[in-house]
Design a protein around this ligand. Structure first.
Ligand SMILES: Cc1cc2nc3c(=O)[nH]c(=O)nc-3n(C[C@H](O)[C@H](O)[C@H](O)COP(=O)(O)OP(=O)(O)OC[C@H]3O[C@@H](n4cnc5c(N)ncnc54)[C@H](O)[C@@H]3O)c2cc1C
Length: 59
């Protein structure tokens, strides 16, 4: 066992957590989606889109 190797995912599972923390602060990683490479990648895409929306709301 590797302690703290993955984010805790307690039931009921809420897979999608916000990547926009407000005040121009964005976060991504497996702790924002599923605890997996897939989740990390998806959260990165969501964070990038959120940044673009913030910088260019009409884009
Ligand atoms: C043993 C093991 C096996 C796994 N096998 C699979 C698998 O088969 N398939 C799968 O989909 N997923 C697997 N996972 C899960 C997958 O590896 C993670 O979900 C994924 O790598 C998370 O990516 P991330 O970018 O969110 O975080 P990470 O890959 O953990 O990247 C975070 C980075 O931030 C750095 N960091 C941390 N704190 C700071 C700080 N204060 N300042 C600067 N840098 C910091 C860390 O050093 C690290 O490089 C496995 C995980 C483990 C531990």
């Amino acid at each position: 066992m590797i302690p703290h190797s993955l984010p805790v995912q307690r039931a009921p599972l809420h897979v999608r957590k916000s990547v926009d923390l407000g005040d121009g602060l964005f976060v991504c990683g497996d702790h924002r989606d599923t605890a997996s490479i897939q989740g990390a990648l998806v959260s990165g895409r969501r964070a990038a889109r959120a940044v673009v929306r913030r910088l260019a709301p009409s884009a």
